[in-house]
Design a protein around this ligand. Structure first.
Ligand code: FES
Ligand SMILES: [Fe+2]
Length: 424
C-alpha cells in the first residue's frame, strides 16, 4: 500500500478526500505536513525529553561569563541569571525576584550574593534570603523565603548546572582526558558551533548532536561538495561501523593509509548531549584531546561548547578556511551556498527537523542508534528510573573516553591511550 493509499484508508491527512484517479507523481502538492518526534527534541521541564535532560549536569556558560555584572542565560528553555558573588562563587537563579517579581538582571552583586534592586532583598548563590532591609529586624522571617536557584559547578573553564530534582542529583562527572594536566599543558574552551561557525545556531540541539554519528557526510559535505575542509586523508573511503554501548554510541571508520597503516578513527556520543569528535584536521593523533556538549538553549536554539586539552605553546585550532580562502564569518551569502559546512546543513534542516518526512537509509544506522537509545532513556526516566551515565558515588572514577585518531597496524588491537600533537 502506498503512503497515499494508507492515509486514505486511515481517513487522515490532506489526501483523504482527493478525487479518485489523481496522479501521484511525487509533486509537492498535497504532501503530508511533517512532524518531529517530541521525545527527541523537547527541552522544557515536564516534557519527557526535558525531564531526561534534567537528570544530567549541563554546561551553561563560560567561567569568564560569571562576573559581578548579572548576565541573562537561557538553558533548557529556562531564563536564568548568572553571577559571581564577591567571594568568587558562581550563582544561577531565577530572574524573577521572589518578593514582587522584578528581574535580578538589574540586581547588585555583593560579597554574599545578589541584591534585588527594587526593595533590596539579598540572596545567596543557593537562593537563601540573607537580608530584607524594609522588613522588621531586616527580615526576622527571612529564613522562610528562598529565591529559586540551581546548583552549579565550575570545571575547566565552564560553569555546569544541574536543573533536575534534588533527590536525583548525580555526582559531577570528570573525564579522563582532562586529568593529570602537565605544567606545559592547558585546557581551553572553544564555542564555535561547528567548524568555525557562530557560537549559537537557530536549530534544535538533537539534529546537531546526532551528526556525530553520521560519518558519511564527511566525504560528501566536507570534501566532495565544499573542498577539503579537513585533512585530505579523511577523503579516503573507510570501512564504517557503529557500536552501541551502555552509555552511548561510537562510530569507527577504518581507512587504509598509503604507508600500509590504518587510520582507526572513533567518534563518540554519550547520553544525553556529549560528543567526542577527534580533531578532523588530524593534528592530534591517539586518544582525543577534546570533547563537546550540544547545549539546548531551548527547542530551537543550540550552543556548542568544546573543552580542549593542549600544549600551551600550540593553538587549539584556528578558524578553518573554506575553499575560497575565507573563514566562515568572511563568506558572503553565495560563499555559504557554494561552501556549506556543518552549520549550513544542520540549521538547514529547519528550526526542528521533521522526523516524519525523513527517509533513513543504511548509512543512517548510527543516527538511528542514537535516537533509539535516547528514546529508551526518556522512557526509563518516565518510568521512575535513573538514566544511563549518571552515578551517585561521590568517589566515582573519571569517565574514560573512547574517541581518537588511532594510527595502527592492520588488524592491531592496541590503541594509544594519550593524545599526541603532530606538526602538519
Ligand atoms: S521585587 Fe525584589 S526585593 Fe522587592
Ligand atoms: Fe561535519
Amino acid at each position: 500500500m502506498t503512503e497515499t493509499q494508507a492515509r486514505a484508508a486511515a481517513g487522515t491527512g490532506p489526501t483523504s478526500s482527493e478525487p479518485a484517479g489523481r496522479i501521484d507523481d511525487g509533486r509537492a502538492y498535497g504532501r503530508p505536513a511533517g512532524q518531529w518526534n517530541p521525545n527527541l527534541v523537547e527541552t522544557a521541564a515536564g516534557t519527557p525529553a526535558g525531564e531526561l535532560l534534567r537528570r544530567y549536569w549541563h554546561p551553561v556558560a563560560l567561567s569568564a561569563e560569571a562576573t559581578s555584572l548579572p548576565r541573562n542565560v537561557r538553558i533548557l528553555g529556562e531564563d536564568l541569571v548568572l553571577f559571581r558573588d564577591g567571594r568568587g562563587r558562581p550563582g544561577l537563579v531565577e530572574p524573577r525576584c521572589c518578593h514582587r517579581g522584578t528581574t535580578l538582571y538589574f540586581g547588585r552583586v555583593e560579597d554574599d550574593g545578589i541584591r534585588c534592586p527594587y526593595h533590596g532583598w539579598l540572596f545567596a548563590v543557593d537562593g537563601t534570603c540573607l537580608d530584607q532591609p524594609c522588613e522588621p529586624d531586616r527580615g526576622r522571617n527571612r529564613a522562610s523565603y528562598r529565591q529559586p536557584w540551581y546548583p552549579v559547578r565550575e570545571y575547566n573553564g565552564l560553569i555546569f548546572a544541574y536543573m533536575g530534582p534534588a533527590d536525583r542529583q548525580p555526582t559531577f562527572p570528570r573525564y579522563d582526558i582532562f586529568e593529570g594536566l602537565r605544567d606545559d599543558e592547558e585546557i581551553v574552551i572553544i564555542d564555535h558551533f561547528a567548524f568555525g561557525g557562530p557560537a549559537e545556531a537557530p536549530c534544535n540541539w538533537f539534529q546537531t548532536h546526532e551528526n556525530a554519528m553520521d560519518p558519511y557526510h564527511v566525504f560528501i559535505l566536507h570534501n566532495a561538495i565544499s573542498g577539503h575542509q579537513f585533512d585530505p586523508k579523511l577523503e579516503i573511503w573507510p570501512r564504517v561501523d557503529w557500536q552501541r554501548h551502555g552509555w552511548g554510541v561510537t562510530a569507527s571508520q577504518d581507512r587504509d593509509l598509503p604507508d600500509g597503516t590504518v587510520l582507526h578513527r572513533v567518534t563518540e556520543i554519550r547520553v544525553p548531549t556529549i560528543r567526542a569528535i577527534p580533531t578532523p584536521t588530524l593534528t592530534v593523533l591517539g586518544k582525543t584531546n577534546n570533547m563537546s556538549w550540544a547545549v539546548p538553549i531551548d527547542d530551537t536554539r543550540t550552543k556548542v561548547l568544546a573543552m580542549v586539552r593542549k600544549p600551551k605553546d600550540r593553538i587549539a585550532q584556528g578558524l578553518p578556511v573554506y575553499a575560497d580562502g575565507k573563514n566562515w564569518f568572511e563568506l558572503d551569502e553565495e560563499g555559504h551556498q557554494r561552501y556549506p559546512g556543518d552549520y549550513e546543513t544542520q540549521v538547514g534542516q529547519g528550526p526542528i527537523t521533521l522526523h516524519s518526512t525523513e527517509q533513513l537509509a543504511s548509512s543512517d544506522r548510527g543516527v538511528s542508534m542514537v535516537r533509539r537509545q535516547f528514546l529508551e532513556q526518556v522512557q526509563v526516566v518516565a518510568d521512575g528510573g535513573d538514566p544511563v551515565g549518571v552515578s551517585f558515588d561521590p568517589d566515582e572514577a573519571p569517565v574514560s573516553l573512547r574517541a581518537g585518531n588511532y594510527v595502527v597496524a592492520p588488524g592491531a588491537q592496541t590503541l594509544a591511550t594519550e593524545y599526541t600533537f603532530v606538526d602538519q
